[in-house]
Design a protein around this ligand. Structure first.
Ligand code: FPP
Length: 254
């Protein structure tokens, strides 16, 4: 998968460590747009716009590298508390991203999925996402999960409710419920769990993001603000991932 797009620097780096393998799933908390703008005396909205450009580069980089799944935190269930004009700008930006980039993403074989409660998403955005999901459904490249109106506790709660309904219907006994039964009801059903969780902007928090799925993810926090996060920073995070000894609760290699 590394031969594409002449990404020579990446190819060299990856072939040096073929045994480690790429993270199959990378999840990102894209933080620091506001601070990026503030440093430049720009309105916060400009930071979000720059953040959209960074996202574009990272989607392409992950697709080029052969990462299977990229999950980005675009808008949390808590983000509705932001000032109305910022919320509305973010929603507009999402529409713009979908309208301008959909063709390109489709050509690059990216498969778009929504993680989140679609009912709480405004109609135009919901429709644009539904269109993107339908158009790219059969694509075989990177799976791009857009976490929008997403909160992990709500996701887990929703999964529990669905499992409870199966119990009520007599399909399942409470004592027979397995992790797989819960997983099957998460937005990420059928996908590998994130191997690597990246948070930009330096905060040491997981912010209600993929709480079930990141049980064994390697966490890399970087001070780099999201709009400044590009291919070199992504490679540095993957490099850090390679340096970790993943033990999954066992004793590992050392
Ligand atoms: C956090 O930065 C970022 C967000 C709440 C939104 C993320 C959105 C983008 C990257 C824009 C593009 C997304 C799509 C899907 C088009 P912050 O504002 O909390 O930064 P701060 O902590 O510096 O204030």
């Amino acid at each position: 998968m590394l031969e594409r797009d002449g990404a020579m620097g990446q190819q060299r780096a990856f072939t040096e460590r073929p045994e480690a393998g790429l993270p199959r799933h990378i999840a990102i908390i894209m933080d620091g747009n506001g601070r990026w703008a503030k440093k430049r005396r720009l309105p916060r909205t400009m930071g979000h716009r720059a953040g959209m450009n960074a996202l574009e580069e990272i989607v392409r980089a992950c697709n080029d590298m052969g990462v299977q799944v990229l999950t980005v935190y675009a808008f949390s269930t808590e983000n509705w508390k932001r000032p109305a004009d910022e919320v509305s700008f973010l929603m507009q930006l999402l529409l713009e991203y979908m309208k301008k980039k959909l063709r390109e993403l489709h050509e690059e074989k990216v498969k778009i999925r929504l993680l989140g409660d679609s009912e709480g998403i405004p109609e135009p955005q919901r429709e644009a996402i539904a269109e993107a999901v339908a158009l790219t459904a059969d694509n075989t490249g990177l799976i791009l999960n857009i976490a929008l109106n997403y909160g992990a506790r709500r996701e887990i709660l929703r999964a529990c409710q669905m499992v409870a309904q199966r119990v009520r219907a007599g399909e399942l006994k409470p004592e027979d419920i397995t992790e797989a039964d819960v997983e099957a009801q998460l937005f990420t059903a059928g996908l590998p769990d994130p191997d690597l969780l990246i948070r930009t902007g330096g905060e040491m928090r997981v912010s209600n993001y993929l709480l079930w799925q990141i049980a064994y993810a390697e966490v890399v926090v970087t001070d780099v603000l999201w709009p400044d996060f590009g291919r070199p920073q992504l490679l540095a995070a993957v490099d850090e991932y390679w340096r970790r000894d993943r033990r999954f609760g066992g004793l590992g290699k050392n």
